[in-house]
Write a protein that binds this ligand. Structure first.
Ligand code: ADP
Length: 170
């Protein structure tokens, strides 16, 4: 019997993608045959980077890295369960850092399961060096010109100075 292709969606805001996100993606790429990184457009969060910038950073970072399965980057509007259903995927990937992530992630996973039966969320833990890294912390450090070499992929680091000049002027 032919093995079924294992496909998953890794949803998020990715404002911007960090090495923590890429670490989760690398781990997931050992477990699945195809992953769609789904970048939320019109989420409740106000983003620093536009949807096109966030998609571009992800595509460049994935192209520059080593992953073990096929990875696609797409944007989504609306509910992630609808995006997953449209793509005939029933597995979501999320990263879990500290206990502080747990409550929100549990709520999301159970709500997503309630919206669409058969949807499961798989949680992966990053390398401990990324446990305290978040996109928002990276933006705070970046705004003040701090060192982010170990935390952000080159495509993102290159965009930081001009983005913050623009953000300050606005
Ligand atoms: P969202 O707005 O959906 O939380 P994020 O881009 O902040 O989008 O995060 C997407 C996923 O990646 C979440 O599951 C989050 O917990 C995970 N994540 C974010 N940063 C890290 C990190 N440093 N290590 C591991 N997982 C992370």
């Amino acid at each position: 019997m032919k093995n079924k292709t294992r496909r998953a969606v890794y949803p998020g805001t990715f404002d911007p993608v960090t090495n923590g996100h890429l670490d989760i993606l690398k781990r997931a790429s050992l477990l699945f045959d195809e992953i769609i990184v789904a970048v939320g457009n019109n989420t409740a969060k106000t983003t620093l980077f536009t949807i096109d910038e966030r998609l571009d950073f992800l595509s460049k970072s994935i192209a520059a890295g080593k992953f073990h399965c096929r990875i696609l980057v797409e944007k989504f509007d609306g509910l992630i369960v609808d995006f997953a259903r449209e793509n005939k995927i029933d597995t979501l990937i999320r990263g879990l850092r500290a206990v502080s992530d747990f409550e929100y992630e549990l709520q999301m996973a159970l709500m997503n399961r309630k919206q669409t039966s058969g949807i499961e969320t798989v949680f992966l833990m990053p390398d401990e060096k990324y446990i305290y890294l978040s996109s928002s912390l990276a933006k705070t450090i970046g705004r003040f010109g701090g060192n982010l070499r170990d935390f952000l992929p080159p495509a993102v680091r290159r965009a930081f100075p001009s983005k913050f000049r623009t953000a300050k002027r606005a």
